[in-house]
Ligand binder design. Structure first.
Ligand SMILES: [Fe+2]
Ligand SMILES: [Fe+2]
Length: 159
């Protein structure tokens, strides 16, 4: 995760059904993540600490769950996914003391960076884990109906 380097503002992230990956436990956590990152991006200065704390608490449990699913199910190539979670948590931990000292810019940049990071992390790493977990639990790839009932992933035979 490239942190604190972005200079261009990022539009507040907004949940949309293209983020749905089909593994329900993950999708509900992702909805909460998007909600909390958006709140951090849109927060007035005086609420930043509270919003950052909420993101930190959420991220720890979000990433711990996914890491545990990967380890317990022996998900292949889990190393880079686990490393990416650790890098994001490290970035959050780096910003907390700065914000406590009254330095809000790193927190603002972190919020934008999280909004920029999530869609690609979800599309590339979480989606593979979602497929894997559905296959482990239900014997098939997830079926995801996006708004408008567009079928984005077909139920696949066990292959
Ligand atoms: Fe995730
Ligand atoms: Fe992840």
């Amino acid at each position: 995760m490239e942190t604190f380097t972005g200079s261009e503002p990022v539009a507040p992230i907004e949940w949309n059904d293209s983020f749905l990956l089909g593994y329900g436990a993950m999708d509900s956590v992702h909805r909460e993540f998007v909600h909390l990152v958006r709140a951090l991006q849109c927060s007035p200065d005086e609420d930043l600490a509270r919003c950052l704390e909420a993101v930190a608490v959420h991220a720890e449990s979000h990433f711990q769950s996914e890491d545990r699913w990967m380890v317990e199910s022996d998900f292949p190539a889990r190393g880079c996914h686990i490393d990416e979670h650790a890098a994001v948590l490290a970035s959050v931990e780096q910003v907390r003391p700065l914000l406590a000292e009254g330095n809000i810019d790193p927190c603002r940049r972190l919020a934008d960076e999280l909004a920029r990071w999530f869609p690609s992390h979800a599309a590339h790493l979480d989606s593979a884990l979602s497929h894997w977990m559905c296959k482990q639990n239900y014997g098939g790839k997830p079926v995801v109906f996006h708004r408008g009932m567009k079928l984005s992933a077909e139920l696949a035979r066990d292959d």
